[in-house]
Design a protein around this ligand. Structure first.
Ligand code: DX5
Ligand code: ZN
Length: 225
């Protein structure tokens, strides 16, 4: 059975001067959950926000919060991210010495755990963890910054992952350069979760609903192809 299609706003591209309004608008526009890129300036060459920001926006929406954690060591942040209101933590598959231990720690803290593949990580890198995760995020840009172009070359990896996932209850996401034009090819390759920063927030607050609807339609079209 195919997994539900979800459109996930990534607040990295939101207007930080009005972050609360942005979250409310993306929620009302039909975003299915929120993607929160937490960066420490070392794993990737950028800084974003941390648990305090997550805690501040948590009361503004009932939708789940997924943290894309680009901070080491990940284990130091699991408790704080849970306390701030995170529902799921995603970590890069090749970043830590003991990925399985971190997946277990995230689950023991009462959250869901997922893995992220950078463009350099092969599909098979997730194989040892398929029983520990419910989410795989394929980066379709070099991590760290919004507004880059979607790497269509990652679609072969998405297809391979779809096969690897098989009957496991695991969502398959694409993240980076996702917009109305690129959703379709990703859905055709097998993705069911579409994470978009610039693709949603750069369209202007009055257009978020229209944009999210168009992305959802493009995903249905791609899946049916
Ligand atoms: C990049 C992040 C993405 C980022 C995507 O490191 O993982 O979540 O927000 O931004 P856009 O959608 O603008 O490419
Ligand atoms: Zn991300």
């Amino acid at each position: 059975m195919s997994r539900p299609i979800q459109i996930v706003p990534s607040i990295l591209a939101a207007d930080y001067a009005h972050l609360g309004d942005e979250v409310v608008a993306a929620d009302r526009a039909g975003g299915d959950r929120f993607h929160l890129d937490v960066m420490d300036g070392h794993v990737v060459k950028n800084l974003s926000f941390g648990p305090d920001t997550i805690r501040a926006i948590r009361p503004l929406t009932q939708k789940p919060f997924e943290v894309h954690l680009m901070v080491t060591p990940a284990c130091d942040w699991i408790g704080a991210l849970k306390a701030a209101g995170s529902d799921r933590i995603l970590i890069h598959v090749a970043l830590e010495a003991d990925t399985a231990a971190i997946m277990h720690a995230i689950r023991e803290a009462g959250m869901a755990a997922g893995l992220v593949l950078t463009p350099d990580d092969p599909a098979a890198s997730v194989t040892p963890y398929l029983d520990l995760i419910d989410y795989i995020n394929v980066l379709t840009v070099t991590p760290g910054f919004g507004g880059q172009s979607f790497l269509t070359s990652m679609m072969q990896k998405v297809s391979t992952l779809k096969t690897l996932i098989g009957a496991h209850a695991i969502d398959l996401a694409v993240d980076g350069g996702v917009n109305q034009a690129t959703v379709e090819v990703a859905a055709r390759a097998g993705a069911n979760i579409f994470i978009a920063g610039t693709g949603i927030f750069a369209t202007g607050r009055t257009h978020y609903a229209q944009t999210i609807n168009a992305m959802r339609q493009a995903a249905e079209t791609g899946r049916a192809a």
